[in-house]
Every structure is written in structure tokens, then in C-alpha cells.
Design a protein around this ligand. Structure first.
Ligand code: CTP
Length: 399
């Protein structure tokens, strides 16, 4: 991820504390974050907290020598690739909308040419006040973008719209906004989710995969400019935006769908938890419980990635390894056996990683012997890190 500069303006409001986590997430996503606080914001949060989290000096609205003041607000305004004001008070919105620049934050916003995102937070009646709404509309018409507040219980005891958008919404808006188009022109094929291997019309073999990791990879690739086909086993997740999603049930169907689309692809990622075996026969009708014991015979399904690996040409091939023990050893074996360029290894016995949870922690291991560990984070962030790795080590290496 490139080191882009985000200037975060924090105004006075109880939601200021939430920005500690937002700043931390932005740092982890690779941004260089500079915080400017109003004097009122520093009543809620000590600037030292933001300084420690952002690893940059925090500018607070206090009296400073004029020469220093002038330099700082212009240099910060110039430095910003993106400006975020959150929480944005009615007062700050009013000042920006009316061209008032009387403190460090309002002066810097006025001097910037970077895109400005504003996330308001205030009492519901203040938010609905016609003057505040006019100010918001005026700013929208001028190109300022808003991250709308949420409906909920407010610190003042009221229930209504005015609560700062959730941390995830703010961070994701920034990630989308600032997303690099470094996959422009790439054709990507991703498998995701479980497969179902039916025994009879009402019973099947499967696994707990929900498809979250593969869907996150697909939507990130789309946002970064790739043309994406997602071959998904049964999943409750909606089709990701701007992604050609093909739904299948069985490993055999997934294999056929991959064969149909593979010749078009530059990058293929196998994120699906494909069932390795299927019942040798699928009963046309429900099997009745007759005997005390039932013996089933299973036959092997095609190993989709391995088959592609046999004729991969100059495609980039990425696999996952779901392991419950010795993950690195088995991961390396799969990397070699399936002729992959990169393997994403996860220990599915961890309760907070792997199947059916929102988070994951993985090790990336490539064919050159490089390893990178990604500590526990959301699957969206893991997807970003995987694409960063592919772009840096596999695509640009080949260019
Ligand atoms: N995979 C595949 N087709 C299969 C099985 C697995 O394409 N029939 C892919 C998965 O999508 C994943 C990788 O191969 O990217 C490894 O899957 P995993 O289940 O960890 O390993 P297996 O190859 O099935 O081996 P084992 O079950 O013995 O660990």
C-alpha cells in the first residue's frame, strides 16, 4: 500500500474517542495519518493518545507563534491526499460552509485542495436543523463528501439520526475512496465458499465455509480495477458489486465453471473449500433408514487448482491451505504440488480465524521462499494485504 497522507480533523464531541480506533485502522492499512484537533476535541481526548496511535505530532487548536502557525496549516493542507473530518460538529460544518477559518482545523481545510470527507455527529435536532442541513447541502454541492450519521441512541439521551457512522463504515469509505487502480486490465478468476456433495436429495457433505474470504478478494479486486469472475459454492453472501458471479453447488460443477473461464484469466485464486470426495452414487430419492449401519463409498473430486497448475502457462496461481496442524509444512507442500505462485496458509483450528468468522490471520508463502505474516484482522483487510502482495511480488516482478 502506498504511503498516502490522510489528515484527520477531530472536533469536540463524545464520538471523538472512536477516532482512536479509526486512526489505528488507517495506520494498519498503510496510511500516514496526521491528526488535527480542535480545542474542544482535546477536552474529550488527550492529544497524546492520537500522537501515540498515529506516530505523528498532533496539532491542537491552541495559540502558537504566527510564523509557525502559518507554516503548519499550509504544509498540512498541501500534504493531504485525503482529508477526513470526524466527528464533524455542527459548528465546524457551519464554519466550512461559510468560509470561516478561525482555528487550525478550519484554516487547514480551507487551504487544502485534497478531497474532503465529512462524518457529522451531533444531537438529532441539531442535525435536522434547517441551517445545518443547508450548510451540508451547500458543501455537497461544492464537492465535499459526507459519511452520513447513523440512527441510534445518542449521548444526549435522544434516539435518532446523529450518531457518528461506525468505524468500519468510515474506514471502508476511505479505502474505497483512495483505492489504487493497480489491477486495471487484469482478469481475475476466484473460487469461493464450500461445495455440497449430495448423498440424496435432502442430505449432503459440506464444510463450514461461508465464502467471506473469497468474496472479499473478489470485491477488492473489482475496486482495484480488475475484471473479476467469482465461481461460488452455496453462500448466503450477495453477489459482490461489479463482479461476474457464477453460482455452483458441487466440486464437479465448480471445476467445469473454472475450465470454462480459465483461459480468459491472468490471475486465478482458489479460495473455495472444495469437498475432496463425493458419494459414489447420488440417490434419486431420500435414503430410508433401514439397516443399523450404513456404509458409504466416496470417490475423489477433481483437485481444481492442481489441474490448472498442470497447464498454467504464465498465469498467476494462488491457493489457500486450510490446516489444523503444522500449517507451514503442509502449506509449502501444497504450494509445490499444485504448482502455485503463492499460498495463503491459515490455521482453521483457531476460533477467531478461518471458517465462518469475520477475521483471519494468515501466512503468505511464495514460490521464491518469501514469507509474510498477517496478524489477526478483518477478512477485508486480509484481502487487501493479499492483493498488495500479488501486485508487488508477482505482477510487478513479471512486468
Ligand atoms: N482445492 C481445489 N480443489 C480441491 C481441493 C482443494 O481447488 N478439490 C484448492 C483449494 O481451493 C485451496 C487449495 O486447493 O486453494 C488447498 O485446499 P485444502 O483443502 O487446504 O487442501 P487439499 O488440497 O484439499 O488437501 P488436504 O485436504 O489433504 O489438506
Amino acid at each position: 500500500m502506498s504511503q498516502q497522507n490522510i489528515v484527520v480533523g477531530v472536533t469536540g464531541g463524545i464520538a471523538a474517542y472512536k477516532m482512536v480506533d479509526v486512526v489505528s485502522q488507517l495506520r494498519k492499512a498503510g496510511f500516514n495519518v496526521h491528526v488535527i484537533m480542535t480545542a474542544n476535541a482535546s477536552q474529550f481526548i488527550n492529544p497524546l493518545t492520537f500522537q501515540t496511535i498515529s506516530q505523528n505530532a498532533v496539532m491542537v487548536d491552541q495559540f502558537q507563534a504566527p510564523s509557525h502557525w502559518d507554516v503548519r496549516h499550509i504544509s498540512m493542507a498541501d500534504k493531504a491526499d485525503l482529508f477526513l473530518i470526524a466527528p464533524a460538529s455542527a459548528n465546524m460544518i457551519g464554519k466550512i460552509a461559510n468560509g470561516i477559518a478561525d482555528d487550525m482545523l478550519s484554516t487547514t481545510v480551507m487551504a487544502t485542495t485534497a478531497p474532503v470527507l465529512i462524518a457529522p455527529a451531533m444531537n438529532v435536532h441539531m442535525y435536522e436543523n434547517e441551517i445545518v442541513q443547508q450548510n451540508i447541502n451547500r458543501l455537497k454541492a461544492l464537492g465535499y463528501q459526507f459519511i452520513d450519521p447513523e440512527f441510534g441512541r445518542l449521548a444526549c439521551g435522544y434516539e435518532g439520526k446523529g450518531r457518528l457512522a461506525s468505524n468500519d463504515v468510515i474506514v471502508n469509505t476511505i479505502l474505497e475512496f483512495n483505492c489504487l487502480k493497480d489491477l486495471q486490465g487484469q482478469k481475475v478468476l476466484i473460487t469461493a465458499g464450500p461445495t455440497r456433495e449430495h448423498l440424496d436429495p435432502v442430505r449432503f457433505f459440506s464444510n463450514p465455509s461461508t465464502g467471506k474470504m473469497g468474496y472479499a478478494l473478489a470485491s477488492q479486486a473489482g475496486k482495484r480495477g480488475a475484471s473479476v469472475t467469482l465461481i461460488s459454492g452455496p453462500s448466503h453472501l450477495p453477489d459482490p458489486k461489479d463482479v461476474n458471479t457464477v453460482r455452483v453447488q458441487t466440486a464437479q460443477q465448480m471445476y467445469e465453471a473454472v475450465l470454462e473461464h480459465e483461459c480468459d484469466a491472468d490471475i486465478i485464486i482458489g479460495a473455495a473449500a472444495v469437498a475432496d470426495y463425493r458419494p459414489v452414487q447420488q440417490a434419486a430419492q431420500k435414503i430410508k433408514k433401514a439397516q443399523d449401519e450404513l456404509t458409504l463409498t466416496l470417490v475423489k473430486n477433481p483437485d481444481i487448482l492442481r489441474e490448472i497448475g498442470k497447464h498454467k502457462n504464465n498465469r498467476i496461481l494462488v491457493g489457500f491451505a486450510a490446516e489444523t496442524h503444522e500449517p507451514l509444512k503442509y502449506g509449502l507442500e501444497k504450494l509445490v504440488k499444485k504448482n502455485l505462485d503463492l499460498i495463503v496458509i491459515n490455521n482453521v483450528s483457531d476460533s477467531d480465524a478461518g471458517f465462518a468468522v469475520d477475521t483471519n490471520r494468515v501466512v503468505l508463502m511464495d514460490v521464491e521462499g518469501n514469507e509474510e505474516k498477517i496478524e489477526l484482522t478483518s477478512k477485508q483487510q486480509i484481502a487487501i494485504a493479499i492483493w498488495d502482495y500479488i501486485v508487488k511480488h508477482l505482477i510487478n516482478k513479471e512486468a
